[in-house]
Design a protein. Structure first.
Length: 119
């Protein structure tokens, strides 16, 4: 009897886990598809330019190893539009290469791009 009830408990727990875990892992997905800042009003001129200057233009300024010229808004529009920018800064965080960008800075960039990167 004890064996049976334990088995039932295990079976129920396993079933519950199987049902719930995809949902939990989905909730944990950190792809940042939503802006998580209270103040979502990021613009290039008010605060994004400062972040880009600090973290990106040492390599992305026309002649640098990174390609592209991120010293101007216009120089980033192509990568902003095709999703590459957000992918490397927010999703896989491979940029800035070797840099120490804070999560708060990544969040600002994320919100800015999600609201169609206003100038
Ligand atoms: C230390 C140099 C360095 C810094 C700093 C740097 N990058 Fe890069 N970046 C590179 C290099 C080199 C490449 C091209 C090779 C590669 O994809 O790894 C690159 C590629 C890219 C690409 C194209 C990726 C692709 O797959 O086509 C984007 C977009 C990009 N960087 C954005 C940024 C942004 C935004 C920042 C600042 C937050 C930044 N990078 C900071 C060196 C750098």
């Amino acid at each position: 009897m004890i064996f049976t009830s334990r088995f039932r408990y295990l079976a129920a727990a396993t079933l519950l886990f199987a049902l719930v875990s995809p949902w939990v892992s989905c909730k944990k997905d950190d792809s940042g598809n939503e802006c998580n800042l209270a103040n979502a009003n990021q613009t290039y001129n008010t605060n994004i330019k400062r972040i880009i200057n600090k973290h990106c233009i040492s390599c992305h300024s026309g002649s640098g190893p990174g390609g592209g010229d991120y010293t101007t808004y216009e120089g980033m529009v192509a990568e902003l539009s095709n999703g590459k920018f957000r992918e490397v800064v927010v999703i896989d965080k491979s940029m800035p290469q070797g840099g120490n960008m804070t999560q708060a800075e990544r969040d600002s960039v994320n919100c800015w791009i999600l609201s169609n990167f206003p100038k």
